[in-house]
Design a protein around this ligand. Sequence first.
Ligand code: HEM
Length: 321
Amino acid sequence: MNRAIKWLSFIVISLLVSTAAMAADEANLQPQQWQPIKIEAIAGDIPELRGMPTDPQLLLPESVPEDANEVILGYLVATDTIALLVYASLFAVISLFIIFIVINGISRLDDGYSGKLIKRWSGLSISVHWLGAIACIFLILTGLVLSGGRLYLEPSMNQSGWASLIGLSSGLHELMAFPFILGYVLMILMWAPKQIPASYDLKWFAVLGGYLNTGKKHHPDAGFANAGEKLWFWVFALFGGLMVISGLTMMFPETFVVTKNTANTMLLVHIVSTIIITAFSVVHIFMATVMSEGGMSNMTSGYCDENWAKQHHNLWFKELK
Ligand code: HEM
């Protein structure tokens, strides 16, 4: 009996020691984010993009592994430029839009509110929109920490504050991916039929939807969705899709059998898609909340004012009548 206990203790202690040794190994080498792609990060090239390496020797690749695609690596090592572009896609676009609104003003309803309401979005559409939109906003904010936090935030933070922030951002980023994917898939499936381009969309673009304040009122033809909304929808469909595919591949490298080259390519695709989706999201949010008087109620109550429908979606309004 005594012998059995001794053997059991020996096995348990050995297991604990070897696990601790492995953990120590990982603790030395691991970036603090993108844990699921740690193998790729250890194995080579650009660990700093995937987190903050605890070992400064890992900051830059000592040698580019033979099988790594150097063109992709060439883009990925420009980490400061990537961080700048990601931050600019949010803050520069916000600043430009504020300047635009200050100079141009917003689009008001020519005849004010009629008080008559028209159903525009179902309860299901509204829930799906906010599921995807709220998750997307979290992904953008945590993505800022992951992509440029080391450059812009860490220098003005203490070590434990930074460690908590990057840990929280990394966890939230992975968690929010799932509601985003669900929202994304449902929005694309449910709304694609309303977003088919039409010939009159070109005229809408030619006068920028009538949003430019030239002193003369332009209200170009638009169906349920106007040309600007269609552009946003298809950009979201394409780059949101690339974001989902690249994100899932990086999150589950074993499932998708990710090689280092694939991981690097996916990282680059993820970054490019992020920049595009963030810039478009800012424009979309400004258009919905500030630029178009009467537009916001569409996604809160599901109803719009009849005058809003006449002014911004005349063909849809005619169809309804
Ligand atoms: C505070 C943030 C947001 C607000 C206030 C907002 C508001 C709105 C509104 C009012 C509409 C309906 C427009 C109409 O009826 O013509 C709409 C549509 C839509 N939203 Fe958002 N949205 C936000 C964030 C997002 C985000 C982050 C995404 C992407 C994940 C998104 C994706 C869409 C799409 C694809 C449509 C349909 C196309 C369109 O009509 O523009 N929204 N949103």
